[in-house]
Write a protein that binds this ligand. Structure first.
Ligand code: AHR
Length: 524
């Protein structure tokens, strides 16, 4: 039978939170030094996976920097193309041995430290004041994570006072002295530790030990600044950890975090190429995580009589094959076309789950498992940049609405077995829809994002929009390449990119094999 997509603009899920287009900067590889700041001689050589034109150390010319000394090209892409509204910093695993006091004050006096999460050394040339200065220029809301590994509650309280204090107190005055301005940094979003459950984490703890500590921290932090938004440290949303932490902490936080990556490496490690299906259908696991986590949140809210909604900060997500992006190459993964389809599916998940996902941070924003790769003098956009660009542009400003999708399913093994057992086999077609109302004219349009995840099948889909008349024309943005392994790179920056056109609308659309299509339909 012909696959069918029914969309219900009058059945809202929730307004889309702009913060699902958030980013993440960690002191890892060339994310900060080489991405946000020019690479310094001491952070060279690096070994990017994408063959780089500059094999010798090259100074980034000052013409390519902002007056504050940040890389202008990276900043412009994040601010002016992707409109990234929020960034999480400084880690990641890095934060669990980070001492924020090492990163403030005169740069020449800053301490170099061994870096415990990823190896190497940290120069501390980019610290709290530089991060906030960068956020201001980039028009980005800062989201800062506390060190709950080696850090003490005292350090955390001093950090909040440094960032947000307005009184005549030591750390508020130290900030004034360091920045030369009175205005506080005003950091609202704070994460209570990173992946504290992981055995790789400095200061790993059990769920109940973490929850007890996080309750104490939350209480004290709010005595310094009662306006902060606190994000509890979750695992993948479905774990024992998530249940225990939520039960203990739900009345002390505003959000619970989830981390998950897809794009798993080859099952057989002797193979170098990744299997298509393992990556492209992988984001269905994230939807399962969110659905289960929502249940755990509500169970915990009920037990503790919490009436305010608690939402999810999916504050690390993305496509990461750990056999390709490794600590040795600074996690510089060179993405192919199939990875772009996975990225589009990830974003569909966040739109469909708009009622509970308030923040989603792509891991990471530059060089490290990222849509952007820099050289000292330029950058290129990886394949996974394009779905982010299209979603950020067309699916951000509006209300996610319900749909029903009848689609053939994928026969092979893709998801962890236990997810397939509960959810069934993943569908080839994957979709989300947003109703947009133009603030000036009141004109309404429906934005429909469809990924045809089948590697070889083209599907003609009948698209019905309940109780609406559709305009005569449709705007179409399509991402397609004949080769699912095609990549962008130096010298072939546009191998994979979006094609846009306007054409007649007749109630159905042919979705090419392995494609991502975003349709803009006007409602009469
Ligand atoms: O994003 C890379 C790493 O993945 C982060 O540091 C950590 O939180 C996660 O395991």
């Amino acid at each position: 039978s012909t696959p069918a997509l029914d969309i219900f603009p009058s059945a809202p899920i929730a307004p889309v939170s702009p913060y699902i287009f958030a980013g993440f900067l960690e002191h890892l590889g060339r994310c900060i030094y080489g991405g946000i700041l020019p690479a310094s001689r001491t952070s060279f050589p690096h070994t990017p996976r994408a063959p780089c034109p500059d094999t010798q150390y090259t100074e980034t010319p000052s013409a390519l920097l902002t007056p504050e000394g940040f890389r202008a090209d990276v900043l412009e892409v994040l601010r002016d193309e992707l409109h990234v509204p929020m960034v999480r910093w400084p880690g990641g695993n890095y934060v669990s041995s980070y001492n924020w006091k090492d990163g403030v004050g005169p740069k020449e006096a800053r301490i170099r430290r061994p870096e415990l999460a990823w190896g190497g050394e940290e120069s501390n040339q980019f610290g709290t004041d530089e991060f906030i200065a960068w956020c201001r220029v980039a028009k980005i809301e800062p989201y800062v994570v506390f060190n709950m590994g080696t850090g003490t509650l005292q350090d955390a309280l001093h950090w909040i006072e440094y960032c947000n204090g307005t009184g005549d107190t030591y750390y508020a005055n130290l900030r004034r002295q360091n920045t030369g301005r009175d205005e506080p940094h005003n950091v609202k979003y704070w994460g209570l530790g990173n992946e504290v459950w992981g055995e790789w984490q400095v200061g790993q703890q059990t769920a109940s030990a973490y929850a007890t500590k996080a309750r104490q921290w939350a209480h004290a932090i709010r005595l310094v600044d009662p306006t902060v938004i606190l994000i509890g440290c979750g695992e993948t949303g479905v774990n024992h950890w998530d249940g225990i932490v939520l039960d203990e902490l739900v009345d002390k936080v505003e959000m619970h975090s989830i981390h998950l990556y897809t794009g798993f490496g080859p099952r057989d490690r002797s193979q170098t190429e990744r299997e298509y299906g393992r990556g492209v259908y992988g984001p269905d696991a994230a939807e399962y995580s969110i659905e289960v986590c929502k249940g755990l949140i509500n169970k915990a809210r009920f037990a503790r009589n919490v009436s305010k909604p608690i939402t999810i900060a999916f504050d690390e997500y993305g496509v990461w094959d750990e056999t390709a992006g490794t600590p040795q190459n600074g996690l510089e993964q060179f993405y192919n076309f199939a990875d772009a389809l996975a990225m589009a599916s990830w974003l569909n998940v966040f739109i469909r789950q708009a009622d509970v996902v308030d923040i989603a941070c792509i891991a990471q924003s530059v060089n490290v498992i990222s849509p952007l790769i820099t050289s000292p003098t330029g950058l290129f956009r990886q394949t996974i940049y394009w779905p982010l660009y299209l979603f950020s542009r067309y699916m951000r400003d509006g209300t996610a609405v319900k749909l029903s999708l009848d689609s053939p399913t994928f026969a092979g093994e893709t998801l962890p077995q236990w997810i397939s057992t509960v959810k069934g086999q993943p569908k080839d077609l994957d979709a989300s829809a947003v109703l947009h109302v133009d603030a000036g004219t009141g004109a309404r349009s429906l934005r429909v994002a469809v990924v045809n995840r089948s590697e070889h099948e083209t599907y003609e889909v009948s698209i019905r929009v309940a109780f609406e008349r559709i305009g005569a024309e449709v705007e179409v943005h399509e991402l397609w390449h004949q080769d699912v392994r095609a990549r962008n790179g130096w010298g072939k920056e546009d191998e994979v990119s979006v094609k846009t056109r306007t054409t007649k609308w007749d109630g159905q659309w042919t979705f090419r094999e392995h494609s991502f299509t975003l349709l803009v339909l006007s409602l009469q």
